[in-house]
Design a protein around this ligand. Sequence first.
Ligand code: G2I
Length: 343
Amino acid sequence: MPSTSRVRPSRRLAWSAAAAVTSAGLAATGLLAFPGSAHAADTLGAAAAESGRYYGAAVAPHLLGEGDYAGTLNREFNSIVAENVMKWDATEPNRGQFNFSGGDQLVSHAQNNGMSVRGHTLVWHAQQPGWVQGLTGNNLRQAMLDHIDGVAGHYAGKIDSWDVVNEAFEWDGSRRQSNLQQQIGNGWIEDAFRAADAADPGATLCYNDYGTDGVNAKSDGIYRMVQDFLARGVPIDCVGFQSHLDSNSDLGSYRQNLQRFADLGVDVQITELDIGGSGSAQANAYRTVTEACVAVSRCTGITTWGITDKYSWRGQDTPLLFDGNYQKKQAYTAVLEALNSAP
Ligand code: G2I
């Protein structure tokens, strides 16, 4: 680990606390497997927990009243991320007026069920409330800092990892020309990370993006940013790989890409996994991604972008592990096997 990388002690505490909760829950249900034991865990969360990882899902609070939705979430997953309700448009619809109702509901659900929480997302060019879209210069910068302070401050101590900045790079590895980039300038990303660190010093702070599913021009650009941040002491702890994929996506350098970021001295997380397709082709792609994470010791967990194909943002691609009737798909079995084979 380079001497420049940061070790956030509070993160290690959060980690062991989550592991303790999970172990207690597993012991209660008789599913606790010990290293070397032949007893494989039979839910995603329990299987991931065996190697100290989480297995999460993106959740919408308004669906928690549906019995199969909440039942599948509670049985299979040990981490939650808000699919929409912690975004800027939802949490600060008017400047300085915060609405935490949806996010609070998810945090309560997680706490009541022994799950950890990922926060998504503090700053993004999309899903900004209307009032943000018209701001310029330092006015936008101050609004961004106040937003981070308000939201990360509200949830301080309750969030395992925050997606501090989402999708700020172009395919060619350059910065996306968003209002944030154009109005604030290059420093906006590190400003955001410093503000998040001040508001919630214990959270693992992540940069999150899509199209970074191998060694490519986009992941190269992000790699250079992380390297630069670590060298200059900008508080970044983690990179999130969204991994919106299809069965025929090229995963040839997927694991190598995770490993090179881990080798820089940050955690890596698979944050929005979904893979369009069906049957064995879909199952094989899910297996490849899961095996890549468990092969990288700093890959600390996986989140699928939803629970059931019924409510997926790309439902026509049937990209998730449970079908529209909450039945386990072939891909589910592949993921469970891969998690259970973690070193
Ligand atoms: O686009 C897929 C994901 C890419 N990475 C960042 C994620 O935050 C993003 O999630 C999606 C949600 O899954 C969608 O549910 O972000 C979309 C917005 O860009 C979400 O869609 C929006 C709809 O566009 C709105 O019309 C709707 O009001 O969801 C909103 C809340 O249901």
